[in-house]
Design a protein around this ligand. Sequence first.
Ligand code: FUL
Length: 445
Amino acid sequence: MKRFWMLIFYSITFFVATAQPKPKSQQLAWHDMEFYLFMHFGPNTFTDLEWGHGNEKEEIFNPENLDCNQWCRIAKAAGAKGIIITAKHHDGFCLWPSKYSKHTVRESKWKNGKGDVLKELSAACKKYGLKFGVYLSPWDRNHPDYGTAKYNDVFVNMLKEVLTKYGSVWELWWDGANGEGPNGKQQIYDWHRFEQTVRKLSPQTVVFSDIGPDIRWCGNENGTAGITNWNYLDTAGFKRGAGAPPQDTLNAGNANGKNWIPAECDVSIRPGWFWHKNEDDKVKTPETLFDLYLKSVGRGANLLLNVPPDQNGLITMYDSLALMGFKKLLEHNFKNDLAANAKVRNTADQFERVIHLGLPAVKKINCLVLEEDIKNGQAISNFYFQLRNSKKLQSFQGTTIGHKRIITFPAMDADYISLHLLNPKQKVSIKSIKAYLIGEDLIQP
Ligand code: FUL
């Protein structure tokens, strides 16, 4: 019985007329990934550029000490659950020896042209129990066929290579950028065919782009999801890239959207996406990373944190130290669930459903972590909670919960917490309610 309250599932049920979209099993698993790393790596690492022109000499790519085990060791120690690598960025350079390009690791000096970053990284991810994901830019400033129908074949063939040669690809990342190629022409992407290719070859892969089909962009590159964040999105009439829904819609989702397409927050640990020497002293602090975690994972989205390897092919000590500091903050601040032994009671009337938690003793609390059970959809649109002691009562309001909702507030002594769910859209299940006292200095507006 003693851990009974920790395991209890607070279920409250009632019905609405319309059925909501639900996550597919691989999307549900994706939600639990919460935090993973992005790695921007390629010729730009050597030229100090963010967008390569596509005419960089292949020989400049020579990360002599490249060690994907080091990347994975650091990712694992930081608590990240996977790595997504820029297999091809806009400059067209392929980090694997693609048969469909002459601008690849094979033409570089690295390992005398015998190297394959995707092979090394996928093997290291497997070894360390991390998921392996691939960013593949359709925009290609190098490929001679870009801007012609033939390039769609090239891109499909590249997709086939990355999806079939390196074991299971967990997430595929599509950038919507659609600039000019080496001939000054723009490409008309055959997205339908690209999607069909992925679904056929690797149905378990979750596909990210501005508008999914599986995961959507959160609408900014600051790493912050909307305070209201629905996992639903309407995509009819929208396109990837310039034709995408407005950024604030991507940030908040659509309350009654037709598709389950949750938000992913991509952000770099440095000002740029690629490594630049003059940004070694501009790496985000552990406290800033913690704040980003609260504003992404803590708003029901996932955090994709970019940590770019340097010219040696290694994560620098600056980035690594910041990541270890971040991990320590997470562990330390979310160690003691002050509501773990609470007595739980459910009540309901025609206006609200309430979960009451009676704590065994008065505790100082400034953070609640709420989880909604989303396997049948996302239901909660309006809630408030109260903290009480014998002298004082304080109320705080919120909108959506979703996979996880972390709410911070001025610390208060309380031995009673109640969560009030107002007008939920359908069957509602709260998976867990946890309470913490986190560092006051970590609470930002
Ligand atoms: C953007 C790209 O243009 C940036 O270079 C970077 O890769 C970012 C994650 O996506 O659209």
